[in-house]
Design a protein around this ligand. Sequence first.
Ligand code: TRP
Length: 339
Amino acid sequence: MDLKGKCVLTGVKPTGTLHIGNYVGAIRPAIQMGNECMAAGGNFLLFIADYHALNYLKDTPNLKEITRQLACSYLACGLDPEKAVFFRQSDIPEVFEMTTILTNFTPKGFMNKAHAYKAAVDKNIAKGEPNDAGINMGLYNYPILMAADILTYGSDYVPVGKDQVQHVEITADIAGALNAVYGKEVLKIPAAITQEYGAVLPGIDGRKMSKSYGNVIPLFDEEAKIKKAVMSIKTDSQDINTPKNPEEILLYQIARGFCAPELVAEIEEGLKKGGMGYGTIKKMMAEAIAKELAPIHEKYVHYMAHYEDVEDMLKAGAERARKLAKPVLEKVRETVLGE
Ligand code: TRP
């Protein structure tokens, strides 16, 4: 993909404690993409979508704290705020003006079909409650705010997990609807990228790694806890000497997602040949994963303790983002309101 002069953007919602599944599926690819974009002469924007959390999280200290944690996590994992434009959604007033404009070009039916809203309605129906019980307009309009996030900077590509592809498609449709009204390309039509981004790492019980399943290997925790989680990865009862297909072995699937290629190759060979026991593999993985996470954890603790510096980085990022937003919003304002 030629990224010269292109704008690649993605947002992350503040959620609680991160695990290595978040690292493999979102944090690591975002950092790589930032580096690639900059090397190819493009822009990479990564922001914390704090207002996107407000529809379900009205606990101010908690929202503030998980936003802080998320910012420190990306930095600890190696996001370079000089390369990527790293900021907080709430620091960009242009996004909210864009949201107001876009609502007028969004057919209501688009929102009825958006999956987060539909899932909430289905839950209500299953419980025998009125369709819209407990659903606020923040949830209903979620895709319009997301469209504003994307369109305000003239983004070309949006790396997202599969669950967010529909939102990017809605964004493209909203931009197309506005462009059609005025008969010209006012807003750039973005496309989702889903390759590596959103790769799913299985958890220690074989289901998708997720906090709600309690099957995670934590990203920032004491060494003993990380090792304990690795040692509890589920195994089968095949004989140690039976040659195995690594693709069918959970330990291997997790190693392949996270560990260094040399270790992955060693495990692959051991499983194919037979003779390498699951206990041995677990020990190798526990050592390797704990070793890889230790310096990241240390950096995380450092950033959390020096949060003023992180705040400065986010503010500087917001300034850079607003510079990109201004001409786009200006063009839209001129189009809809006149010069
Ligand atoms: N909705 C995304 C999520 O839940 C987060 C997000 C908000 C986002 N705005 C965005 C992602 C813009 C990509 C582009 O994960």
